[in-house]
Design a binder for this molecule. Structure first.
Ligand code: ADP
Ligand code: MG
Length: 610
């Protein structure tokens, strides 16, 4: 051919034609094409010769030997592949597990730094579900990220490169569908993420129902209301089921649609390709689709490569949905992680020396936050002005719900006042280190929280560095020893979950011992004797009598008793979010009608409801 072309060029030149003649141009073009082809052919000849020279001698002549070698090679490569897959799975698995471990640890650290209000708003069920279910979903995504998501695109890329080498025109033609595919996946991913998020929200409601049910097991059994809780669970689960199915449906749709679209893309290259080969042409309707007339072997390889591109895409489509689910989980987990505590100390907060002057409330107002503005509750504290001198023992009295607990909750900064400020030793408390502040405060509340540990362990919680003798001393002072003595294991007796193995009064005394061990400058007792019987109460008050020396003690109670009166220096009377009386017992009996009523009410009346 090349000779013929050269002859033609020579003829055209000798005919004396002008150099810009179109015939000349096309003849030259043909010449270039043939020249290129000759080069290609000689290159492939070189390759063949090289193979024959260097590779062929290694290949055995005996067909059986060849077969044996092929089998051995197959075995070896499979072994290698197996080894690397094992390695990959182990590596990726350990990365995923340790990533989740770190996320959980970090999450716990962040969550424990949140203030009481934010934490309460989340609720135990919600938090539990984020820690377990959501992070589990996250782990699934990470595993894929290190596995398929790396392997499959690599396969796809390899096939794409080969296909482009064989025939870039036809390959590009089939890639024409990629944007459509991408658009489809974007849309699909959004739907899936939304559905996954709903699914997880649903799961956290299930956790909530479960938590509430198990927590209130006593009431559930006593009121025979297990059916109601079962129904509640079933309803929530049905909702979860619907959401989960929605995810499954979207998920299931991905694979076939991906396959269909991929196949269409393949056909777009297949049909013209077959046409070109069968008709031995290089262009259709004047559109050039091949550099050269392809043979069927080339076309076959091209098809194989295109199909090879399709397969990873198909596998990736399922991976993609898992990743999306994981992304939704990540959103939820990180939203929790990014929450900012509302109670914060100022930067380089001042250290707080042991409290020795006063605690002062200045024009304090407080309103509990609500999610819905229109349902705003009345203020829990309004216009509170109160100065408590250090080392005073003060009783805060008033009817239920008047704001006593709220008032004292502001001291350890469980909440910050909505308006006004709190000063300790004349320093506004937002400016002192939270640690220093809380270290000086001992609290015994109405619902004493004990941990599933020994009595000694629970007391030690007050100051983990305390010695054994100090724990025993605290136990003795809080009259814990009085009942622990008769137990075979003494202070080493376990208290059970939330202290369920002990009575209310005993739990209160353990809690008091915990506060005593802390050696606080400020002791807060919030209806600490409400769960105690008369004997326990008098023991607690006796313990306080010794212990209150040199400390600021704030005792909340909703009724006064003579035993308490002997202990205190001052009484603050509250009613309906305000302070309505302040002074000694005798003063208040004369001046404050509410106090008079509280004092003369039957002494233990209504205490259980407090
Ligand atoms: P008490 O004097 O009985 O200790 P509290 O200080 O507990 O009264 O409550 C004062 C008011 O604030 C009550 O009306 C109560 O309903 C409301 N309240 C208490 N705790 C919260 C809370 N966490 N969220 C919303 N409102 C609360
Ligand atoms: Mg209260």
């Amino acid at each position: 051919d090349i000779v013929a072309a050269n002859v033609q060029i020579a003829e055209l030149t000798s005919d004396g034609l002008e150099e810009h003649d179109p015939d000349m141009v096309s003849a030259l073009a043909e010449h270039v094409r043939l020249e290129t082809k000759r080069q290609d052919e000689s290159k492939s000849l070189l390759r063949w010769q090289w193979t024959k020279c260097y590779v062929m001698p290694w290949i055995p002549r005996n067909p059986f030997h060849t077969f044996a070698i092929v089998v051995a090679l197959l075995l070896l490569t499979t072994l290698l592949k197996g080894f690397f897959i094992y390695l990959q799975d182990v590596l990726v698995g350990s990365v995923a597990e340790s990533a989740v471990m770190r996320v959980r640890k970090r999450l716990l650290r962040r969550v424990l730094r949140l203030d009481l209000e934010t934490l309460s708003a989340q609720g135990t069920g919600e938090l539990m579900s984020r820690f377990t279910y959501d992070t589990e979903q996250l782990a699934g995504g990470i595993t894929l990220l290190g596995g398929r998501l790396i392997r499959e695109p690599l396969k796809c890329l390899a096939c794409a490169v080969l296909a482009l080498v064989i025939n870039w025109r036809l390959t590009l033609l089939s890639l024409f569908f990629v944007p459509i595919l991408a658009a489809f996946f974007l849309r699909f991913g959004k739907t899936l993420k939304r559905a996954s998020k709903k699914m997880m929200e649903s799961m956290s409601r299930i956790y909530k129902v479960l938590e509430e049910t198990f927590e209130a097991r006593k009431i559930v059994i006593a009121f025979g209301s297990s059916r109601r809780h079962r129904d509640q669970f079933q309803n929530e689960y049905q909702r979860y089921f619907d959401k989960a199915l929605q995810v499954v449906r979207t998920d299931a749709l991905a694979k076939p649609s991906m396959e269909m679209l991929g196949l269409v893309a393949l056909f777009v290259a297949m049909l013209p390709g077959a046409y070109l080969v069968i008709r031995a042409k290089t262009s259709i309707y004047g559109i050039r689709l091949a550099a050269d007339v392809m043979d069927s072997a080339q076309l076959g390889t091209l098809y194989a490569m295109l199909a090879g591109m399709l397969d990873p895409c198909r596998k990736l489509s399922t991976t993609y949905s898992r990743i999306k689910r994981s992304a939704a989980a990540a959103d939820r987990v990180f939203a929790l992680m990014d929450m900012k505590p509302k109670v914060r100390e100022v930067e380089n907060a001042a250290p707080l020396a042991r409290h020795k002057e006063s605690i002062e409330f200045r024009d304090v107002k407080f309103r509990y936050p609500v999610s819905n503005e229109s349902l705003e509750r009345p203020a829990a504290l309004s216009q509170i002005n109160l100065k408590i001198e250090a080392r005073q023992v003060v009783a805060i009295v008033g009817p239920n719900g008047c704001g006593k607990s709220t008032l004292l909750n502001l001291i350890p900064r469980f909440y910050d006042p909505t308006e006004g400020e709190l000063r300790i030793d004349d320093t506004p408390i937002p400016q002192v280190s939270l640690n220093d502040l809380r270290e000086q405060i001992g609290i015994v509340t109405q619902d004493t929280m004990l941990f599933d540990d020994t009595i000694a362990g629970n007391i030690l919680y007050g100051r983990p560095t305390a010695s054994r003798e100090e724990v025993e001393e605290a136990a003795r002072r809080a009259y814990v020893t009085q009942f622990s003595q008769s137990l075979p294991q003494g202070l080493a007796t376990r208290v059970g979950e939330k202290g369920k193995d002990f009575s209310g009064g005993q739990r209160q005394r353990i809690a008091l011992a915990r506060a005593i061990l802390r050696d606080p400058a400020i002791l807060i007792l919030d209806e600490a004797t409400s769960a105690a019987d008369a004997e326990s109460e008098s023991l607690i008050l006796r313990a306080l009598k010794d212990f209150s020396a040199g400390r600021t003690v704030l005792i909340i109670t909703h009724s006064m008793s003579p035993a308490l009166l002997a202990l205190i220096d001052r009484i603050v009377v509250m009613d309906d979010s305000r302070i309505v009386g302040d002074g000694t017992h005798e003063q208040l009996l004369k001046e404050c009608p509410l106090y008079d009523r509280l004092y003369h009410a039957p002494s233990r009346d209504g205490r259980a409801a407090a």
